[in-house]
Design a protein around this ligand. Structure first.
Ligand code: PDD
Length: 285
């Protein structure tokens, strides 16, 4: 069955939604995006996602043609039209289209806004139950990873290589230090139960799930250390895990073929996942 998608002010069937071949999102990945999780038909942590969208737009000088309130209405309408209970709403905003391929653009270019829903099992995910296997790789991305752009080729190639190597995802490394996952933030747990994650900077995406988790950890007296860590420290960690809007928290059970902890999802990661999901639904209601 066809989904209803949103494109520039209209709700249409997915096969009827058309974008120009001259759109800068298509030609130059001149575009930003957001993914908001949906549980029980409710938007999870959406305020943070829309705030980050505004920031990405400001950083790149892309015009946001609608307010946050209007965007939320569009997201809710799509959830309703597609009877979405669990999954996500994808939102992409490109700088727009000017009728030819040209690196530069004019000030009055009109942006392209697209949203669609995706059904996905978030709660009963086998990855959450079994944990994921990670392959580490060089971080080949640009230097403004704090901006959520659709320039995702390095992530696609890295994730594909991980898959071909029998792994589930990648952790990216720069100067011997983990930056983040292919599409998630990365964490380890030390022998004395401290959760370690890289501090915010232009080197990583400022994860919305990460921000919520850090707040939750405080509320539950779980100690957090925001500092850089090496791949060697990760190999020796008691636990490891990732966070994002498409995973919430997934435990990591091996990195580069080395077993993490007992080789089973760690207790702290499992606890954080459970309290995050409960808090997220309560807050969204
Ligand atoms: N990715 N780091 C990177 C590089 C990401 O692409 C993502 C999210 C995150 C986690 O951010 P958040 O908690 O706000 O989802 C960190 C989304 C889910 C994606 O590309 O599909």
């Amino acid at each position: 069955m066809e989904r209803t998608v949103y494109i520039n002010g209209e709700y249409v069937s997915e096969s009827e939604a058309k974008i120009s071949v001259f759109d800068r999102g298509f030609l130059f990945a001149d575009a930003v995006y957001e993914v908001t999780a949906v549980l029980e038909g409710l938007l999870i942590d959406n305020h943070g996602h829309l705030e980050r969208l505004e920031r990405s737009c400001r950083e790149l000088g892309i015009k946001l043609p609608v307010t946050s309130e209007e965007l939320t209405e569009i997201q809710k309408t799509l959830i309703e039209k597609n009877s979405l209970i669990e999954g996500g709403v994808y939102l992409q905003l490109t700088r727009g289209c000017e009728g030819d391929r040209d690196f530069s653009y004019s000030d009055d270019i009109e942006p392209t806004l697209v949203l669609f829903t995706q059904e996905r099992a978030l709660i009963n995910s086998s990855y959450a139950q079994k944990g994921i296997k990670i392959l580490s790789m060089d971080d080949l991305r640009w230097k403004r990873r704090d901006i959520k752009t659709t320039s995702l080729l390095p992530a696609c190639l890295a994730k594909q290589l991980a898959k071909q190597s029998g792994c589930d995802d990648v952790w990216l490394i720069e100067n011997g230090l983990i930056t983040e996952g292919g599409s998630s933030n990365a964490y380890i747990v030390t022998a004395d139960d401290k959760v370690v994650t890289r501090p915010l900077s232009n080197d990583i995406l400022h994860g919305i799930t990460r921000a919520s988790l850090l707040q939750l950890a405080k509320d539950f007296d779980i100690e957090i250390e925001e500092r850089e860590f090496t791949i060697e420290e990760a190999y020796e960690a008691k636990e490891a895990f990732v966070s994002s809007a498409t995973t919430f928290i997934w435990p990591v059970v091996s990195i580069d073929g080395k077993t993490i902890g007992s080789g089973k999802p760690g207790s702290l990661a499992t606890k954080l996942r459970d309290i995050y999901i409960k808090m997220a639904i309560d807050t969204a209601r």
